[in-house]
Design a protein around this ligand. Structure first.
Ligand code: HEC
Length: 122
C-alpha cells in the first residue's frame, strides 16, 4: 500500500471508529486510565473518590471508562446504558471480596449515570 493510500485509510478509520459518545474525556492510558476529574461536578467528587479506590480492586478503571465512552460493556459486549448501570453495580458488589458497601456502589452508580448523560449530549 502506498503511503498516500495508507494515510487515507487511517483517516477513514478514524472517522468511522469515532465513538458516538465522545464527550467524556479520559486521562492516562491503559492501566492508568481514568475519567478526567475536571468533568466531575462538586456534588459527585465524593463518588469519584470512592470509584477511584473501590472500582480498581479487581480490574483497572479503563474498563469503566470504555463502558461509558462506548456504551458497551467491554467484557460481555452488553449495552452499558442508564438502564444497566445499577445492575452492573450490584453485580460488582456481589463478587467475592468486593469490599464495597451498598451505599458506596449506589454513589458510584449515580456518578456513572451522570457520565452517561454527559456522554449522550450532542
Ligand atoms: C471483587 C472484584 C471487582 C470489583 C470490586 C469491581 N469489579 Fe468490575 N468486574 C469484575 C469482574 C470479575 C469483571 C468481569 C466481567 C464480570 O464477571 O462481570 C468485571 C467487569 C466490569 C465491567 C465490564 C462489564 C461487562 O459486562 O463487560 C465494568 C464496566 C465494571 N466491571 C465496572 C466496575 C465498577 C464501576 C466497579 C466499582 C463499583 C467495579 N467494577 C468493581 C470484578 C470487580
Amino acid at each position: 500500500m502506498s503511503v498516500l493510500k495508507m494515510a487515507i485509510f487511517v483517516v477513514l478509520l478514524a472517522v468511522v471508529s469515532t465513538p458516538v459518545h465522545a464527550k467524556i474525556r479520559a486521562v492516562g492510558k491503559g492501566d492508568k486510565m481514568t475519567f478526567d476529574p475536571t468533568q466531575i461536578p462538586a456534588d459527585l467528587k465524593q463518588a469519584f473518590e470512592i470509584m477511584k479506590v473501590k472500582c480498581i480492586q479487581c480490574h483497572t478503571q479503563e474498563r469503566t471508562v470504555i463502558a461509558i465512552q462506548t456504551g458497551i460493556a467491554p467484557v460481555t459486549g452488553q449495552p452499558f446504558d442508564k438502564q444497566a448501570t445499577k445492575a452492573y453495580g450490584i453485580k460488582m458488589l456481589r463478587k467475592p471480596k468486593s469490599n464495597m458497601s451498598r451505599e458506596e456502589v449506589k454513589k458510584v452508580v449515580d456518578l456513572m449515570n451522570f457520565l452517561i448523560d454527559e456522554a449522550a449530549k450532542p
